[in-house]
Design a protein around this ligand. Structure first.
Ligand code: 3HC
Length: 691
């Protein structure tokens, strides 16, 4: 074995050269790998004893792509496209042997090899688009040549991977290897040599290159719906279109141009930042990696309403049995019925088998007796927001549950420490704040109480991963991190409506910023009556006025907008415009034209400011955690990174200056957070706090 660089070595297996890549954790194509691959091929070429070369990786995966940490830094030669040209033009057959994930530059390496074999569990994908990029080392040119543009388009423009069986069917790979991959790849290489198979240079293939423009027009139509606001998917389509219409070398050049443009843009910077933010979120500075975990074999959930039902689905989807408790049998039957209906709908769409539905339903044990929670390892209380009720439940749970069982509340706002104080085991109490619909939304706020023990927190983070949630650890305060920040936008929207911003303008500006819907349309969707009570309503706010007029939102076809029966499409409601005008007059507002820029600043900057306060109070670990919350819980467009990333992009000095102007004009809702002032004074940004 000859070490070529610290990450690549060449070993001889008879007349086969084994080019081993060993660059943990994911064999990313950083400098030592690129250099090692180029020099390794050169060395194998010079060695007359080597007749064919197998490119293979150590560890859990084939190359998962370029080293994203190198992006944005001065590129170091050899560049990946040049290394892959060496592969392409090598006159000895190169066989890529894939296990784990051949992603991005990893798949491009395999595509530049002459043959590809893989284990049955391998995955193939070009996820660059998820980083706001496109494959920049020939992927957009080689894949369409290998499998045709129509099949290549979704792989390039969505970034979603395919498995080995599909890869074999579509011609991405030549063979699936059973048993040991290295041995299988060597056997395949010997077969290539014995059969004197010609080298298959994908760059020279043309037979699959369908030039029909309709393929691209149809795909663009699809993208308009699924990738609104994103720049990279359209660039991906352009590059694949170039593969169909230009010679390989020209297409490669065009791909490079598009790649460089995207790399320099703010969307890719945001999406690359977000990639690491989502991985950083699981790392809590004072919770060591080796913190012992509590085994969660059985879960108890209290409340079979929308929230409790959704949470139940998360656990049974992961194969964990749930004891579901409701106060009355009829509520329990209704809740379990809704769960069953949800699964049946999924099954009717062909996304789940009837056996899987039956298996999941079989994991749910409904009961009206809280005593049945005696043997569970984790209880999640999901009853309505009432402190007295929650306190009573936790007092009972403490007596019923076995020692060492974790007791969690799904409260969205209430003080977890006060709830924990009702038990003799506050160190086993925490908040698990799921977002609605809980079986769909990926975000989970893990609320750390003053006394919650480290193993309990580590277990919560681990179980979140198991049920496919992105868990963000936050501290105790009203609304925790997400809802506390969100309340800022809601307040400003209410004010802007009265100041004269048409609701259609508000909705359009926020929608165009990249949120899935505007803030007013969102109020109609959530229900305007949420938190409203007839008894205390005095006609003083838009919420009160609308609810007093029986306008609750989509649920009864009238809110800020009108809705046709069964439709969610908002239609203008002139009667609401009159209500707004009347209330604005009563409150002394003189209607004025409000610019789109002011709407963005009024709705977004206070969110950032609240985020700064949350960081100061150590409610969140780092700014990027708040961004993960906003992307996963509130529809913040990932191509803008999250509110804290966006603030850095705008410039904290600008955010602060605008906040001060607003404070002078509109009062202390805009009082800058001391941390914001401090960072500006020190010439720092939020990124500097991302530990
Ligand atoms: N570059 C640098 N670091 C990477 C990386 C990459 N391409 N891919 C993963 N990592 C790091 C992660 O940050 C993480 O680091 P940490 O332990 O310090 O937090 C570690 O590797 C393990 O990653 P995961 O936690 O994601 O591990 P999983 O086992 O859950 O997933 C994976 C493995 C499926 C490979 C996943 O990491 C992944 O999807 N990676 C990104 C793949 C990708 O986007 N490739 C394209 C890169 S761009 C490119 O190739 C451009 C080319 O066209 C020129």
């Amino acid at each position: 074995m000859v070490a070529i660089t610290e990450a690549v070595s060449l070993e001889k297996e008879g007349d086969i050269g084994m080019l081993w890549i060993d660059n943990p954790p994911v064999n990313a194509l950083g400098f030592p790998v690129r250099k090692g691959m180029a020099d390794g091929i050169a060395m194998a070429m010079k060695d007359d004893g080597i007749k064919a070369i197998v490119v293979i990786c150590k560890g859990g995966t084939f190359c998962a792509g370029a080293d994203i940490r190198e992006f944005g830094k001065p590129p170091k030669e050899p560049h990946l496209p040049d290394v892959l040209t060496v592969f392409d033009e090598c006159t000895k057959p190169i066989i890529a042997a894939v296990h784990g994930t051949a992603f991005g530059g990893g798949l491009e390496t395999a595509l530049s090899s002459h043959f590809r074999v893989a284990v049955a569990t391998a995955q193939f994908g070009l996820p660059e688009v998820k980083l706001g990029l496109l494959p920049g080392a020939g992927g957009t040119q080689r894949l369409p040549r290998l499998i045709g543009p129509e099949k290549a388009l979704p792989m390039v423009a969505t970034g979603n991977p395919i498995g080995a069986a599909q890869a074999l069917k579509e011609g991405v790979i030549d063979e699936i290897v059973e048993g040991d991959l290295a041995q299988g790849a060597v056997a395949f290489a010997r077969k290539v040599l014995a059969e004197k198979r010609p080298l298959r240079q994908v760059s020279r293939m043309t037979d699959k290159l369908d030039k029909n423009p309709q393929i691209f027009a149809d795909y663009r139509k699809q993208l308009a719906k699924t990738a609104r606001g994103f720049e990279a998917p359209e660039a991906c389509v352009k590059a694949v279109e170039a593969a169909a219409n230009k010679p390989f070398a020209e297409g490669l050049k065009y791909e490079r141009e598009l790649f460089s443009q995207l790399m320099m843009g703010s969307q890719s910077a945001a999406q690359r930042y977000y990639f690491f933010a989502e991985r950083q979120v699981a790392k809590i500075p004072d919770i060591p990696k080796d913190t012992p975990l509590i085994d969660i074999k059985k879960v108890g959930i209290i409340g079979a309403g929308t929230m409790g039902g959704g949470i139940t689905m998360n656990f049974v989807n992961a194969g964990i049995p749930v004891t579901l408790v409701e106060a009355k049998q009829e509520f329990l039957d209704r809740g379990i019925g809704v769960i069953k209906k949800n699964y049946d709908i999924t099954a009717s769409k062909g996304k789940m088998t009837q056996e899987a539905v039956a298996k999941r339903m079989g994991l749910i044990k409904g009961t009206t007796k809280m005593e049945d929670l005696a043997d569970v390892d984790l209880v999640i209380e999901a009853v309505y927001e009432n402190m007295d009720l929650k306190k009573e439940i936790f007092g009972k749970l403490d007596a019923i549950c076995k020692p060492g069982a974790i007791l969690a509340t799904n409260t969205s706002y209430l003080n977890v420490d006060q709830i924990a104080a009702m038990t003799q085991r506050p160190e086993f109490v925490l908040g698990l704040h799921f977002f609605s619909p809980a079986n769909v939304m990926r975000l989970l706020e893990v609320v750390r109480g003053a006394k919650t023990a480290l193993p309990v927190l580590a277990t919560a983070m681990a179980i979140a991963k198991k049920i496919k949630k992105i868990a963000v650890m936050v501290g105790v305060c009203f609304g925790f991190a997400g809802n506390r920040m969100f309340a800022q936008r809601k307040r400003e929207v209410d004010k802007l409506v009265l100041e004269g911003a048409p609701i259609t303008q508000l909705d359009k500006v926020i929608y165009d910023f990249g949120f899935p819907m505007g803030p007013v349309a969102l109020l109609d969707l959530i229900g305007i009556d949420l938190g409203w009570s007839k008894e205390t309503s005095k006609g003083e706010t838009m919420q009160q006025i609308l609810c007093e007029a029986g306008r609750f939102g989509i649920k009864n076809n009238k809110g800020y907008y009108n809705y046709a029966e069964g439709s969610r499409a908002p239609k203008p409601a002139p009667e609401v415009d009159e209500m707004i005008k009347a209330l604005a007059k009563k409150k002394g507002y003189t209607p004025r034209a409000i610019s789109d820029e002011e709407i963005i600043q009024r709705c977004i900057y206070p969110i950032i400011n609240e985020g700064a306060k949350i960081l100061e109070e150590k409610i969140a670990v780092r700014p990027s955690d708040l961004d993960v919350i906003w992307v996963n819980g509130y529809g913040w467009p990932v191509y803008r990174g999250g509110p804290m990333f966006y603030a850095d992009l705008v410039g904290l000095d600008k955010v602060l200056a605008v906040m001060k102007q607003f404070q002078a004009k509109h009062g202390d809702d805009f009082k800058p957070a001391p941390l914001l002032e401090k960072l500006v004074k020190e010439g720092k940004n939020f990124a500097s706090l991302n530990v």
